[in-house]
Design a protein around this ligand. Structure first.
Ligand code: ZN
Length: 530
């Protein structure tokens, strides 16, 4: 019999504390749906009463399988539960559960709450009771639990016990400052479960020593049965425990999968990479290529010998199978790569070529030559695909850019403000039509992009949904010989993403190449007629 382990997601509450993260109501509803589909047990939506978005969120009816949880503070010291406006808002929020944050370090009780240890315990007990009277499931987040335990174990335990004895379903031990190490977590949780049964104990770890995931597992080994975390490890400072790493480890590593069941099914696990990317998209960030399990490079191999070994048996260089988490194996085409790499990459793209076809050698030569110039095809799969298709004669000459010009001007405008304006003009030939478009932008590349995509005649309809999502520039060698590499990531209306590359001593020219590849790639993908 496997034991049930519960997952509590706080992306919408603690994750939203991260610098640069600002979820709208619409974002929050979409993320809640995503988490629910993934199969987490609890979704902490936010802090009703603390800001208009969270207040609106908790005023709505929702249809979720997960326990939708509101977060807030226990009753204030010296007040009764019926005379605390903050608590009333929390108790009236449309939520299945309430997670109270409570002090468990006597130092904070004294300094931050300015009250007595006894009054803090009473506040925990009263708040749990008030929420239970409202029919809510109750969790108590014991803030600074580990630091508090180190300073005064008796008092930290008294807080945990007060919560449990008052009827809280979960007592959550928080490593609020994120400085506790795995062996300490394991030891302290081991002590706590002697007083509060492990199936009522949760762990809430922050990542300030890069060990939030390890700390979560240490707590589980010691007996805790709820893990709190966020998608992609979003959270204040260095983030929270990353559920995107925790979930597959629980599912795929025998130490955990043989002992525990979680709410995420094997089928749902395949949505993990998708869920991780959707969050990045919402935050308008490029996904971390090197993220464990779900990153683009998580199952990528570069060296020639590794690649041929993987082709024979994936287990040789992979700890789990990529498709279990919705990722895919990738053999990188690089300078070190041999024929077998190119062939497997072509197969992955869906281009079938006989392995003795002389064009394979030509493609390999071309890749090597261009990589020597600074092109990076392993980072720009779409440009590689176009190069391969060109060598195979599968890319029509849709249009030609006969000339372009970009002008950047810094000047005073009509009302006397100093502004920098970029304008671009592009002359494109589509069949026998010559089209001239102009565009303005906040910079020269932006202006060029606007002009280039303004009017492509009969092809315009295919690129309508095209959008640039990331632009990265790297100077490859210093001095007067410097060469610039530009990587552009694009996205279309279906959510598909691809990366293209351009290289030139001139940054505008390098950008132009990458932009052109992106547009042509989209036309090829859309099956636009020649
Ligand atoms: Zn936290």
């Amino acid at each position: 019999m496997r034991e049930r382990l519960y997952l509590f997601d706080t992306t919408l509450r603690d994750g939203a504390q991260m610098n640069g993260v600002d979820f709208t109501l619409h974002d929050k509803l979409a993320i809640a749906k995503l988490l629910d589909e993934l199969g987490v047990d609890y979704i902490e939506g936010g802090y009703p009463g603390a800001n208009p978005t969270d207040t609106d969120l908790f005023a709505q009816e929702r249809k979720l399988g997960a326990t939708f949880t509101a977060f807030g503070m226990t009753r204030r010291p010296g007040r009764s539960t019926s005379n605390d406006p903050g608590l009333s808002v929390l108790l009236d929020a449309k939520a299945d559960a309430i997670c109270f944050v409570a002090k468990s370090w006597d130092y904070h009780v004294r300094v931050a709450l300015e009250t007595t240890n006894e009054e803090n315990l009473a506040s925990i007990r009263d708040s749990v009771k008030a929420a239970r009277d409202k029919g809510r499931e109750v969790l108590i987040d014991c803030e600074h639990f580990f630091d508090g335990y180190k300073a005064n174990p008796k008092y930290a335990l008294a807080c945990a016990k007060a919560a449990h004895e008052a009827g809280a379903r979960w007592v959550v031990l928080c490593d609020t400052n994120g400085g506790t190490l795995p062996h300490e977590v394991e030891k302290i949780v081991g002590e706590v479960v002697k007083h509060v049964p492990g199936d009522h104990v949760g762990i809430h770890a922050h990542n300030d020593t890069e060990q939030a995931v390890a700390n979560s597992f240490a707590a589980v080994r010691a007996g805790a049965r709820q893990i709190q975390g966020t998608l992609n490890g979003l959270g204040e400072r260095c983030g929270n425990a990353n559920l995107v790493s925790i979930i597959p480890t629980l599912k795929l590593k025998p130490e955990f999968s043989e002992k525990f069941d979680i709410g995420v099914s094997d089928e749902r696990l395949k949505q993990l990479a998708h869920a991780s990317h959707v969050i990045d998209e919402m935050l308008n960030r490029a996904p971390n290529r090197h993220a464990p399990y779900v990153g683009e490079s998580a199952f990528a191999t570069k060296a020639g010998i590794h690649a041929s070994a993987i082709a024979k048996d994936p287990a040789t260089y992979e700890h789990v199978l990529p498709d279990l988490v919705g990722n895919e194996r990738k053999i990188l085409v690089s300078d070190q790569a041999g024929r077998s790499n190119v062939l497997s990459e072509l197969e992955r793209i869906g281009l079938t070529v006989d392995k003795n076809d002389s064009r394979i050698a030509r493609l390999l030569d071309e890749v090597k030559e261009r990589e020597a110039q600074g092109f990076a095809y392993e980072a720009a799969g779409a440009s590689f695909e176009l190069l391969a298709r060109r060598v195979l004669g599968q890319v029509p000459d849709y249009f030609t850019v006969e000339r372009f010009s970009v002008n950047v001007e810094r000047r005073y405008n009509a009302i006397g403000q100093l502004t920098t304006v970029a304008e671009a003009t592009v002359k494109v030939k589509v069949d026998s039509d010559t089209l001239i478009s102009a565009g303005e932008g906040n910079g020269p590349v932006n202006a060029l992009d606007v002009a280039l995509r303004k009017d492509l005649g009969k092809y315009q309809k295919y690129i309508e949904g095209l959008e640039l999502t990331d632009y990265r520039v790297r100077i490859l060698n210093g001095g007067t010989e410097a060469v610039t590499r530009v990587l552009i990531e694009s996205q279309d209306e279906t959510g598909a993403r691809w990366t293209t590359v351009g290289v030139s001593p001139n940054i505008i020219d390098a950008s132009f190449q990458a932009l052109m590849d992106s547009i042509v790639y989209k036309l090829v993908k859309s099956g636009a007629p020649a």
